[in-house]
Design a binder for this molecule. Sequence first.
Ligand code: C2E
Ligand code: MG
Ligand code: MG
Ligand code: MG
Length: 288
Amino acid sequence: RAKSAGGNRFELADPEADARAITRHGLTTALPTALERGEFFIEYQPLVHLGDGSVRGAEALVRWLHPQHGVLGPDRFIPLAEHTGLIVPLGRWVLEQSVRQAREWRELQGGAEAVGPLRINVNLSPCQLTHPGLVQDTVDILERAGVEPDALCLEVTESALIGADDDLLKPLRRLAEMGVDIALDDFGTGYSNLANLRRLPVSILKLDRSFTQSMQQFPADPVDLKIVEGIVSLAHSLDLAVTVEGVETGAQADQLRILGCDTAQGWYYARPGPPERLHELALVDATG
Ligand code: C2E
Ligand code: MG
Ligand code: MG
Ligand code: MG
């Protein structure tokens, strides 16, 4: 398809872009029914304590089992859901499922755990942050499941909070006061002012995978090492815990432990998987 741009000028057709647009359109219109039909599911990826290797909890990561396209990752549909507003009911569904799952793990643990009950991390999109129901929905979900607020960590990306005014921070503050942890996700990618951290009601920094990747080479780039070391020491001096994402090798894990990071997540420990897997990992860990 070549569009006539008037006169004898022609724009070249881009069939790939067209296909992408069609899929995007198709996915967007299918989203609301997908939620009604139960096509979404959640995988859980363990969060591991770097000091002793124990599983402390998991991050909930949503997937879409599309009837034609198979399993789609969140990068394919979260932006569409944000654009159409479906992210609010979808995000609420993810939160409810995840909190119930945490409740089930805790029941299975039966209080016999060595390192405390498993915790659950759930991603929040910027649209959920500005939605007036966020605090009440979260309170209701926790109450219905019988889960204490301190079992929950909400992950908000650094870019969502850049330049955030007090109105945007108010619901997060209320949640933090209740005992919900707030994590700053993908930290280090958003060029936020480090001094700004003091204003934010966050208790955890999730260092972006790009930092972990730079620990891949041995010896790692000394400047990268210094940067991570600096972020960790700043975080700790502000009473923030540091989690690292994307740990794929033992060498990275060692390096990040030496640099003082607290918790890690990545394929080296486990890929995201079904909830039973997480419980198995936590159990093996507690008994073995
Ligand atoms: P994120 O919150 O930064 O999640 C971490 C992503 O890194 C996940 O991708 C995870 O599967 C991937 N990952 C974990 N370990 C490794 C590793 O060792 N190596 C590599 N290369 N990747 C690793 P995923 O599941 O595709 O999710 C992508 C993003 O989608 C998430 O990034 C998060 O921002 C968003 N997302 C996922 N679930 C939800 C949700 O329920 N609500 C919202 N609003 N966003 C979500
Ligand atoms: Mg996250
Ligand atoms: Mg992240
Ligand atoms: Mg990330």
